[in-house]
Each structure stands twice: as structure tokens, then as C-alpha cells.
Design a protein around this ligand. Sequence first.
Ligand SMILES: C[S@@+](CC[C@H](N)C(=O)[O-])C[C@H]1O[C@@H](n2cnc3c(N)ncnc32)[C@H](O)[C@@H]1O
Length: 228
Amino acid sequence: MKALLRHQIEYYSARAPEYDEWFYRQGLYDHGEAQKRQWEREAQIVRDQLLGAGRFAQVLELAPGTGIWTQELVKIGERVTAIDASAEMIAINRAKVRSDRVDYQLADIFRWQPQIQYDMVFFGFWLSHVPADRLSGFLTTVHRALKPGGRLFLVDSQKAEQSTSAEQDIETRDDLQKRILNDGRQFEIVKIYYDPAALTRTLRAHSFEIDVRATPTYFIYADGSKSG
Ligand SMILES: C[S@@+](CC[C@H](N)C(=O)[O-])C[C@H]1O[C@@H](n2cnc3c(N)ncnc32)[C@H](O)[C@@H]1O
């Protein structure tokens, strides 16, 4: 399992320069204008919910990647702590977000422990990469990282055709996908698609007051708080 987690970090480091093609529907992820418009409409539902969440003094973003969501979090957070295990991802994020209110930390989330408690914890397209047998430990860390009543916000993938690219994401075994970079390099990573109701139950069992919702086709998202 340790090798799989390491492999996952190597994959995202190698993918960093081309990562945004996925979210902005370019290259292999370009499925035409209509699909792009629908994707963007659904992303906007999530963005609006996040930007409407209020203002927060201390925000923790786990696995921020290239900064697609960091650039939103700096609009609602006084300070953002962004923790990612890939230096390549952090470099792109830093160049994109260009804010001295973001503190970047290069760390493996599965070894990291919070030193303070935050007003909000956010993670985008990360939970689906947490191996099933690490989920409970990860959610316990998130709970510990939040102040009492602190906000939890997550967004992730629904299993949908054209969410990725047929050439790139091939299910190999349960919870695993084969990913191929533009230059042909291959990796195997964890990818778990959550049913909103089941994930709501799991989050509630870890003392979060939260409901997981779905956009029409592409995303699941949850906006709630630490209850215990
Ligand atoms: C699918 S990307 C999500 C990026 C960003 N949150 C977004 O929504 O676009 C997953 C991110 O997790 C990071 N990552 C993978 N394994 C990690 C680990 N063990 N600890 C910290 N970050 C990790 C990768 O470097 C990558 O930036």
C-alpha cells in the first residue's frame, strides 16, 4: 500500500504541467463545446456554494494541486495553509495564485498532523484518491484539524462518461485506475467514486454535520461543519 501512495505522488508530480487540461476541458479532455459548458455550469454551482460560505480566518486546503480551488479559497480566507506532497504541483499553484496569504507546505497528508485548528478545511478531488482502508484515519485527522463548529467543504468526481478521457482512465481493479500521461507514461492510482448518501453516512459517523449533494452529472460536493 505504501508503494501505491508513493506512486500516486509520483503520478501527480509528473502530471502537474498537464493537470489543468482536465479541469478546463482541453486536449484529451475536450469533448466539445456543449460538454464544456455543462461542466463549467456544474463547477459554478460548487464555486458559488463555496464563495457563499462566508469569511474564514484560517483555511486549510489539503492536496491543493495546481490551485484551481486555492484561487477561490483566498477570496474567503484570511490565511490559507496548502498541503501537498508534490513540489511540482506547489510550484504551479504558487505561480497561479500569487498570494502571500497562502502558506505552502510540502508534506504527505498520511503522515501530517495539524499543529493548530482551522476555521475551514477544504479538499477538492482528493477524497477519491484516499484508499478505503485509510479513509477513517484521514477523516479523523480532518476532524482534529478543525475548530469546534469549523466548516468542512469538499468536492469530488461523480462517475460520468466524458468526465475524464476514454484513453486515459481505465479501471484496472476495484478502486484502482490506470492513468496515462500525454507522453504515454503509465501509472496506477486509487480512484473511488462515492455515492452521496453513503458518503454522508460515513462523514456523519466521523462527527461531521454534513450532507453530500450531487450536481446533475459531474460532481459531488459537501458543505457542513464539525459537530463533535
Ligand atoms: C486530483 S489532484 C487534486 C488537486 C486539486 N485539489 C484540484 O481539485 O484540482 C490530487 C493532489 O493530491 C496530491 N497528493 C497525492 N498524494 C498525496 C499525499 N499522500 N499527500 C499530499 N498530497 C498528495 C497530488 O500531488 C495532487 O496535487
